[in-house]
Design a protein around this ligand. Sequence first.
Ligand code: SF4
Ligand code: SF4
Length: 384
Amino acid sequence: MENETIAITRTFDDIEAATRRVIADIGGMQSVLQGARVALLKPNFVAGRHEYAGATTHFAIIKAVAAEVRACGVEPVLCEIPGTEFDLEATYQMLNLEQFCQDNHISILRLDPEGNTEDWIDIQVPGARILRHFRIPRLLSHQDTRLINLPVLKTHMVSIMSLGMKNLMGILPRPERRTMHTFGIDQGIVDMNLGLKPALTIVDGCVGQDGDGPLYGDRAQLQVVVAGRNSLAVDLVCCQLVGVKPRAVPHLKLALAQMGKPDWQIVGTNLNVLRPFRLPQSKGLYRFIFRLMFLLDYPYSKIAERGKHLCTTIYSSGLVGTRPQINREQCTGCGICVEACPLPDVIDLQTLKINYQTCQRCLLCYEYCPEQAISVKGFSGAQA
Ligand code: SF4
Ligand code: SF4
């Protein structure tokens, strides 16, 4: 097997500069995009939480990658479908994604998350065990399109770590993701990576999360960026950086057994463990509930309105899941939470109620409340 080059650098000076450095260290963007017309950028926007929480890909990385892509005469196109329990348009709005993309000359590929349009194409995956065929954006099937994967270095309550291999789930339609959650997400991730090969993966460890990620874990402040062409090798190096044994991450253990261990050489900053990660604690129960919810979604989606899934309905009930709640006794009615909320008409200051149909659980209201009058309910790593 070919020796993979993995580039590592710190982001102390500047995140964009660090991103350009790792791209140069793996041989330059031109070498990644040879013969390409389009580069499909796949960030991690699982929900509308901001980059400083270590939950989503830092815009500075996307900006630097897009500039490098354009400098090669290739069009950068961004594509991401948030987690099934989050609304796509609300997530884009919360992140102010349209404005960011407009400012940086990046097109957005908007796809039907349910996979029912001509935008998707079904691919067969030889050697797959669960996900023998699945749909990908049609654009990705074009010979002159390259996939650039931009995940975040963080833990995950279901898959233990969320790195490059796992991040690709965000460009699959929601029914495919349900199949993966129901029939075995770990093998599903390996199968998906047999069919989808990014030309380049750049992992955002500017902040990152450990503990109960991928949304409400602890900010890790890693200040690192890792890049390479082989997703498995990149993920293994990231595990090393945070002291996680790859065999403790079920999909990486399966990948090592089924794909073989890649060899690599480090360029840039060769580092030891930056910060030993605390892995999610309640993963067994969380994984079980998540799996059950996706199993029950099969009959549910036959009777529900198109685009509605069981997890969307359960979360929007306001009875379960991570959610903010205003404590009347402590609230002074200052309105700061309403100003902080990136969505309109979610918090009602008259009744001090939160509309869980529209709340996207970013927890900005909780973070900004000067009176600590907002508590976080539900099973998650968020501080109550
Ligand atoms: S920010 Fe806190 S104190 Fe102010 S209105 Fe909102 S909940 Fe009440
Ligand atoms: S109410 Fe709070 S958690 Fe919900 S979207 Fe607004 S700021 Fe985010």
